[in-house]
Design a protein around this ligand. Sequence first.
Ligand code: NAP
Length: 336
Amino acid sequence: MKKYRVGILGATGAVGREMLKILEEYDFPLAELRLLASKRSVGKTIEFKGENYSIEEATKTSFKGLDFVLGAASNEIAKAFSEDIVQSGAIFIDNSSAFRMKDTVPLVVPEINGEDVFSNQGIIANPNCSTIIALMAIQAIHKLSLIESMVVSTYQATSGAGAQGPIELRNQMEAICKNESIEPFVFQHQIVENVIPHIGSFLENGYTTEEMKMQNEGRKILHHPTLKVSCTCVRVPVVRSHSISIDLVTEKHLDLNVVKEAISKEKGCRLYDGPMENVYPMPIVTSNQDLVYVGRIRKSLIHENGISLWCSGDQIRKGAATNAVQIMMKLIGLEI
Ligand SMILES: NC(=O)c1ccc[n+]([C@@H]2O[C@H](COP(=O)([O-])OP(=O)(O)OC[C@H]3O[C@@H](n4cnc5c(N)ncnc54)[C@H](OP(=O)(O)O)[C@@H]3O)[C@@H](O)[C@H]2O)c1
């Protein structure tokens, strides 16, 4: 089997470290693994398959000879290195939002629009984590009937803000137990014993940049330019796994049993819907695995063709690292 030379840009962060786990779990055929981060991380090592790999500082020449670069750094870093990566001949699969809405850049969830990877011109974007989880949950319904609109509320874990997010949550948990004062650094407000309806920056329309991703990225991934989404994104004091409430309206009237059956058969999804037995998706159930769990499926009390549901998924895995590795696998013809 052919082996590939892979670099991770941002290998020390929440997403980068998870990418390493996924490459190991999926036994990805590696000829070389290059771990890149900032100058601060030079001298550190990370273990992969029992071997210690040194972190190298990412520079313009770091990408020479690589087949793929998995991007797990900020928009600024992705923009700073994208030309060097593409010129080196590697394909850049980027987790930041720097290139997601560019016409020349495919934005891909492999189970939904996997074939789009083949139209890349050197860069492929990984969608926003909440967008991936929401679309995975509704994909089966969208195949039964076009989804016209969705009202979405997200409950996003602290690790969605990077490796420092859960550290801030834990520090504040300790501080609150000791009756010490709390000063937020990562989040706008205290996150322990709180929820914060503010992720991203506010736009003129009153929504945030994070909230608009659900509609803008959703339209591109589903090839559905008229999809309407009203989204509220909320940070919650959870370590890992985003949860999402979705009220959607379909073009055709759908039978609820048909909907549940379709979700149960959808690749990458798990129907987890037994409310009478207290069975519904929750972060403690969905963390550290790749499936998006879907439950609380019921008819809307407002719209004739409306369905309400609740889903949870590990946003560092399927919402980021796993999806990026799956894109790479799709490109080289490996089963995802
Ligand atoms: N966390 C999530 O759930 C999630 C989900 C979907 C998408 N994303 C996106 O994925 C990207 C990474 O997020 P994250 O949560 O993993 O962030 P993170 O934990 O803060 O990690 C950031 C990474 O970027 C590296 N970095 C910083 N400055 C650098 C530089 N000058 N040169 C090279 N590398 C540099 C850091 O290295 P040092 O350790 O050396 O500073 C670290 O490895 C972001 O664009 C984020 O929006 C995150």
